[in-house]
Design a binder for this molecule. Sequence first.
Ligand code: COA
Length: 275
Amino acid sequence: MSDDVIKLETVKIERDGGTTFVILNRPEKRNAMSPQLHNDMCDALDWAAEDDQTKVVVITGAGGNFCAGQDLKLFFRANDGNPKAMRRAGLASQAWRWDKLSRFPKATIAMVHGYCFGGGFTPVIACDFAIAADDATFGLSEVNWGIIPGGLVAWAVTQILGYRDAMYYSVTGDKFNGAEAAAMKFVNKAVPVTNLREATMELARKLEAKSPAAVRYTKEAVRSVRGMSQDQAMDYLHCKSDALKFIDPEKGREKAMKQFLDEKVFKPGLGEFKR
Ligand code: COA
């Protein structure tokens, strides 16, 4: 691990070239999310967004599990009767799991192994990509202890699953494994747990090699157009394309055009231009 990374109480940062692992680090509690962990994740993501070496962020959990959801003791019970503390914890929880992650300026991958319950679903959905161990265990367990998938979980789940699956797993609390998650397209793919890191890094390296500005603008475009009408999308995508041409420090479009049309050294259909 390099020394130049941010040090946090409940979140560990590790580098692998241009990919930065942001690791929920309460393994003895199956990485259940305490208010401290929410604050640490906010700091970790803010740091990674500005870190020049980081091109791709992988969110995962220490100790063989992704996340056992909100910490029932420290997030819920400790804040019962303390609306101000609850509000603070809720805001931090929402900020990293959805606001910061879904708008993150670099590519993000959730690497899921072991348990992923309740509030742990939100960051998986907020990431651009997700890869799971085929024996990972997913569950919307809220109904099992008498609450709803709140804090945006139910909404996030309906953004990614079909209505029948979203309803079924929310209301029954039934678990599903990584292979089933891949079949439902909840994750991009599932692999044997022994290959999880390798499969994640294969995707990460592919993303690292691409133009950062093109990756950022493309992911923002795909996310944003989902809620738009065709007219809005046309207008927005025109503006977004113009903005990319203007802001791209690498001037990728011009470079790629020259390499394809004049120098004939690359084929856009088969791979990226030489940066
Ligand atoms: N909140 C608080 N503590 C949690 C937790 C959670 N969500 N999930 C696990 N822990 C704690 C346990 O209380 C235990 O603490 P202890 O060692 O001080 O007793 C420790 O983590 C290990 O958990 P344990 O249940 O002994 O491990 P396990 O491997 O047998 O089972 C789970 C793991 C995740 C299946 C089980 O802990 C569980 O069902 N957790 C709740 C999951 C959930 O419903 N989350 C949704 C919240 S929105």
